[in-house]
Design a binder for this molecule. Structure first.
Ligand code: C2E
Ligand code: CA
Ligand code: CA
Ligand code: CA
Length: 278
């Protein structure tokens, strides 16, 4: 590290060292995370307009014995770079299936579980066939699974993307576009693909305030989604006023800390049970 540069330089380079260290740690130890049982899934409900739980999103957690919880925002991009993402993706799908089966065996009607699928995973050879084979092997109905894909995943060979999606949709799997509005893609793909939901990136919701440009964007995207027969999901809903604005704009589904933080499987089961008995 640079020790005696101009003002600010020392701190800056130490910060960069820390970053590089963390990066290296993630790269070397993520390999073992599955075998060492350091991964888990947490679930965050998506709320319908009537307040009921419409589905849940599965989010990956890595609990490192020395470094504590490492955020997926940190390790997913690194896994994507190394190809390890395929192994992680398989684990996430299997774990979600096991959770659905556990609920069923305990007499709890499982909600649909949305799984984040990275571009690299979705674009691997025979992704759809492999995924359907896993569901069959785990005895999970395809209508219990939704895939969340970013615009990035749709950027490649569009004919191939459409083909996989059609296979998945015919089998009963739902498909959502995630982080909508942050990618580079043109809007034209929206009309050609068999999508179910559109999730607008949380940054637009965060910036929403009466008369603000973000509100205009949110309104237009909701109208567009409905015009295309897609359900609109607002993510990152944190305050009541955002929720009220979104209700007015005819938003279909709501996700965010205002309703629930991501929770472990046991907490989700408890929530579903209290919801049922109401
Ligand atoms: P994402 O798919 O956009 O997921 C939403 C993120 O926003 C989650 O962060 C969630 O915990 C957080 N969030 C939910 N409600 C609120 C809110 O009201 N306010 C704020 N500030 N944040 C909220 P998380 O769990 O840290 O995941 C980060 C990203 O990592 C995800 O963004 C997704 O891109 C990726 N990721 C997570 N799990 C997986 C996975 O199993 N596979 C893949 N490929 N990516 C995953
Ligand atoms: Ca997501
Ligand atoms: Ca998102
Ligand atoms: Ca995101």
């Amino acid at each position: 590290a640079k020790e005696n540069g101009r003002d600010g330089c020392v701190l800056y380079s130490k910060e960069m060292d820390k970053q590089a260290e963390k990066h290296l740690l993630i790269r070397t130890e993520l390999n073992h995370a599955i075998a060492r049982e350091q991964l888990s899934l947490v679930y965050q409900p998506l709320i319908a307009r009537d307040g009921s739980v419409a589905s849940v999103e599965a989010l990956l957690r890595w609990n490192h014995p020395h470094h504590g919880m490492i955020s997926p925002a940190e390790f997913i991009p690194i896994a994507e770079g190394s190809g390890l993402i395929l192994e992680l993706g398989r684990w996430v799908l299997l774990e979600a299936c096991r959770f659905i089966r556990t609920m069923e065996m305990q007499g709890i009607e499982p909600p649909m579980v949305s799984i984040n699928v990275s571009a690299r995973q979705f674009n691997q050879l025979e992704f759809a066939q492999k995924l359907l084979a896993v569901l069959k092997g785990q005895n999970v109905a395809p209508n219990k699974i939704e895939l969340e894909l970013t615009e990035y995943a749709l950027l490649t060979d569009i004919a191939q993307v459409r083909h996989s999606m059609c296979l998945l949709r015919e089998a009963g799997i739902s498909i959502a576009v995630d982080d909508f509005g942050t990618g580079y893609s043109s809007l034209s793909y929206l009309k050609g693909l068999p999508l179910n939901r559109l999730k607008l990136d949380a940054s637009f919701i965060r910036d929403m305030a009466d008369g603000d440009a973000s509100t205009a964007i949110v309104k237009s995207v909701i109208d567009m989604a409905h015009g295309l027969d897609l359900k609109f999901v607002a993510e990152g809903v944190e305050i009541q006023s955002q929720f009220e604005q979104l209700l007015d704009l005819q938003c279909d589904l709501f996700q965010g800390y205002l309703f629930h933080r991501p929770m472990n499987g046991e907490a989700l089961k408890a929530l579903l049970l209290t919801n049922c008995s109401k």
